[in-house]
Design a protein around this ligand. Structure first.
Ligand SMILES: [Mn+2]
Length: 314
């Protein structure tokens, strides 16, 4: 691993302009990694131009907004793509025009891309990988701002250190970051406190739970319901955690009807231990072994998927 860390640092030193990308619909790990890397580079190489690219912001936590960057800047830059396993999902495909592309990610590397890759599938978050990297270069400055961004990414991708990929190294990384004086309770509040509206939506969702057998539960939300609560399908699916701590469930899912295509559903699937990503890929999705997504399902396909998931449990 040391060799690749040195190679990446060397590339950062070589380029005057660095553009940092991440996946579409960014979560806290994606933007946490993006702004952590940006602040670390600027803290240590203050003459460089560093840009956080992308078109969307993250709906959770407090992060700076994405920046508008010209084609020319990107073409002359070193591009670093974070937390994104396939290039189609990068939130700004212009990264491909950069002089050199580095991919740093923790998702299964099914479709490698870029000129240099740092992929650690065992890491619970891309922010965890960056923490290894910054820890390796201990002589460089790591500010409390950088530590804050990284901690937010690790905390959210592990759902507060509860996911199966939370390892000793994950906790060591969090512990390392804590040494820089981050405010742990206030980060928790920033990321996880909910508004009264959100509380009411969560209560509604709980009332919509359907159980299939003892070990499988799912929720389906129609476009009308989403409009009534003024919530976007993607944001609504984040509420899957509302049914994530039911003892009886091995697998639980949440589906939302598409805004622009009535009768079609996107879904999030979660499991305690049973791998579900192979099945998810069959339904135009994929992801981690215990957390995957599916896309563009008709109601019948959705029911068929429920049958197949039930078979996986047996
Ligand atoms: Mn991630």
């Amino acid at each position: 691993m040391e060799k690749i860390y040195l190679e990446i640092l060397e590339l950062m030193k070589q380029y005057d302009t660095i553009t940092i990308f991440r996946h579409a619909h960014p979560d806290c790990d994606a933007v946490g990694a993006q702004f952590a890397l940006k602040s670390w580079i600027l803290d240590n190489f203050n003459t460089k131009q560093v840009y956080a690219c992308g078109y969307e912001d993250c709906g959770q936590g407090i992060f700076p907004s994405h920046e508008e960057v010209s084609d020319e800047i990107i073409q002359n830059s070193l591009a670093i793509v974070l937390d994104c396993s396939n290039k189609e999902r990068v939130d700004d495909l212009r990264f491909e025009s950069a002089k050199h592309v580095i991919k740093i990610d923790h998702h299964p590397d099914l479709t490698p891309f870029g000129d240099t890759q740092l992929v650690i599938v065992k890491a619970a978050a891309t922010c965890e990988i960056l923490t290894y990297f910054f820890q390796y270069f201990k002589d460089y400055k790591l500010s409390i701002t950088t530590a804050n961004y990284l901690y937010k990414g690790i905390l959210t991708d592990t759902i507060c250190f509860k996911t199966s990929n939370t390892s000793a190294k994950t906790l060591e990384s969090a512990s390392y970051l804590a040494q820089f004086g981050i405010d742990i309770p206030s980060i928790n509040r920033e990321l996880f406190d909910i508004s009264l509206d959100e509380f009411e939506f969560a209560s509604y969702i709980r009332s919509k739970l359907i159980c299939k057998g003892k070990s499988l539960g799912y929720i389906i939300l129609s476009d009308d319901e989403l409009k009534k609560y003024q919530i976007k399908p993607h944001d609504a699916r984040n509420y899957i955690s509302e049914i994530g701590n039911i003892k009886e469930f091995e697998i639980w899912c949440m589906f939302t009807e598409k805004e622009d295509q009535s009768g079609f559903y996107d879904g999030s699937l979660r499991s305690k231990t049973i791998p579900i990503n192979d099945l998810a890929r069959f339904y135009k999705g994929g992801g981690h072994a215990n957390a995957s997504g599916v896309k563009d399902l008709t109601y019948d396909e959705l029911m068929e998927l429920m049958d197949k998931l039930q078979e996986l449990i047996k």
